[in-house]
Every structure is written in structure tokens, then in C-alpha cells.
Design a protein. Structure first.
Length: 157
């Protein structure tokens, strides 16, 4: 179709094709959004089902403020507030929230859930006096997973 055109002649054609594809994608997205608003469960329920994570419930289960949850996840307080409101999670944030959800569930297996938030904020000799949340911020969450494994299996550290 475009075999004999130079790159300068192709640019407007390629841009037009790209713009048409983007417009079609946008129209499909708007149609899906408008269809989902008029039927079915509440937006929160459908957002939770789609992402697999209810960010507000996860944060509250951990017993953390948005500020501390922000430190735990590596996302801004503003992003967390949006996800707790009506904004859907992106792929990377969804994956991170699922990781945090699994981490919370593992911690709940070795301590009472209501103590997790306090424990995350308390200096711990097992981590060189660092708070577990600081260990996570340093990118060393594997140390916490190892601790959970040792507690679950009964093997000494």
C-alpha cells in the first residue's frame, strides 16, 4: 500500500492511522465504562474484582495510615487515596498491592492481625535495630519473608 512513498510522505499517513487507532480504542474504553456504570455491582466491588485488591481494606487490615501505607508500598499518598476512591490500579500497582496482600496474610499467620501495623513500626533487633517498614523501604523485604518462614517452620534463625 505504501511501498513507493518516502519516510517524509509516510509520516502523515502513519500519524493518521495511529490517531484513528487511538480514537477507536478510546471509544471502546468509554463504551465499556458507560456500560459498567449502568448495571451490576457498585464501582468499588467491580474495581476490587477486576484488580483482586481492595486497597482501602488492605491498608485498614494492616492498621496503617495512608502515610505509612505509602512507605510500605512505595506509592504516593495521593495515588493511594485515588485507588481507595474510584481510580483503577495499573498493572504494576496491582502487582505490588497483591504482593503486600500476600505479605499481610503471611504476617497474620504468625501474629495477630491487629498487631501487624504496630510491629511494622517498631525497631527490631533481628533487623539490626531497624523497623520492619524501614527494611522494606531499603528493598530488603526478603529478610522479612525469611523471618516468616523461620517462624512458620520452627527453624531457628
Amino acid at each position: 500500500m505504501h511501498c513507493c512513498l518516502t519516510q517524509y510522505q509516510l509520516r502523515p499517513i502513519i500519524k493518521q492511522e495511529r490517531d484513528s487507532a487511538m480514537t477507536a480504542q478510546l471509544a471502546r474504553t468509554i463504551k465499556r465504562a458507560s456500560n459498567s456504570k449502568h448495571a451490576g455491582p457498585s464501582p468499588t466491588a467491580s474495581r476490587t474484582e477486576a484488580s483482586g485488591v481492595d486497597v482501602a481494606a488492605l491498608r485498614k487490615t494492616l492498621g496503617l495510615t495512608r502515610k505509612l501505607f505509602s512507605r510500605l508500598t512505595g506509592y504516593s499518598e495521593r495515588a493511594i487515596a485515588k485507588w481507595e476512591g474510584d481510580e483503577a490500579l495499573g498493572d504494576a500497582s496491582r502487582q505490588r498491592m497483591r504482593e503486600i496482600q500476600r505479605f499481610q496474610q503471611a504476617l497474620a499467620g504468625v501474629m495477630k492481625s491487629e498487631f501487624v501495623g504496630t510491629w511494622l513500626q517498631t525497631p527490631n533487633d533481628a533487623f539490626g535495630g531497624l523497623k520492619p517498614i524501614e527494611v522494606i523501604e531499603r528493598g530488603e523485604i526478603d529478610r522479612l519473608w525469611r523471618m516468616i518462614h523461620e517462624l512458620e517452620s520452627g527453624t531457628p534463625g
